[in-house]
Design a protein around this ligand. Structure first.
Ligand code: ATP
Length: 207
């Protein structure tokens, strides 16, 4: 199965773009959704992750009902960088495993892996092609401020923690320009969809 990684910084338009691919019948595996579900206590993976966190940080990391105390953990890793690293080492292999399982279950002609941190977390290794949704910093900041309940300095801090526009573009096989109107995305997605269908056929022929 051909895997197309889609990435872009905060507010760049990844979801808007992947919705257009989904409308063409392409399945989307969303790394953000998987990351949020890693501590889901109803799954075996979630229980394993919750037990590891309780063993590391003690019962204070869990709520009375056994769910993760996300507020406590967020505050703790903010002040303890080594705890953040430990948590990444716990969750990243679990997230990767879930991504691989969902990619393997996909049944569309090709599959998209959508991940804001595709480049930063080296998920590009799982992809045949990397598509970057590119937007200049001015539009990125404005759209994020319009959408989210955040202020300009919070947006700037998130942007500074992500790969730079140049680093992301260096990893791109294809680029979607999202500096224009949303309507301008449709044609770009249609053209890329045709390309990915051809590449998917070529890959199937080679196997
Ligand atoms: P994040 O990673 O922060 O979740 P994202 O990359 O998925 O963001 P979207 O949610 O698709 O980005 O887009 C960010 C915001 O900008 C949304 O409110 C979306 O409706 C809007 N938006 C996307 N593309 C355009 C555009 N071309 N013109 C105006 N607004 C846009």
């Amino acid at each position: 199965m051909l895997v197309v990684g889609v990435t872009g910084g905060i507010g760049s338009g990844k979801t808007t773009v992947t919705d257009l691919f989904a409308a063409q019948g392409i399945e989307i595996v969303d790394a953000d959704v998987i990351a949020r579900s890693i501590f889901d206590s109803t799954s075996a993976t979630g229980q394993q992750a919750l037990a590891a966190v309780a063993a590391k940080f003690g019962p204070q990391a869990l709520l009375a009902d056994g769910e993760l105390d996300r507020a406590w953990l967020r505050q703790h890793i903010f002040t303890h960088p080594e705890a953040k690293q430990w948590l990444n080492e716990l969750t990243h292999p679990l997230i990767r495993q879930q991504i691989l399982e969902q990619l393997a279950q996909a049944s569309s002609p090709y599959v998209i892996l959508s991940a804001p941190l595709l480049v930063e977390n080296r998920l590009t290794q799982l992809c045949d092609r990397v598509l970057v949704v590119d937007v200049d910093e001015h539009h990125q900041r404005q759209r994020t401020l319009t959408r989210d309940q955040v202020n300009a300095s919070q947006v700037d801090a998130i942007m500074a923690a992500q790969a730079s526009r140049t680093e992301r573009l260096a990893a791109a096989d294809n680029v979607i320009d999202n500096n224009g109107e949303p309507a301008a995305l449709t044609k770009q997605v249609e053209r890329l969809h045709e390309l990915y269908l051809r590449l998917a056929l070529a890959k199937a022929d080679n196997n």
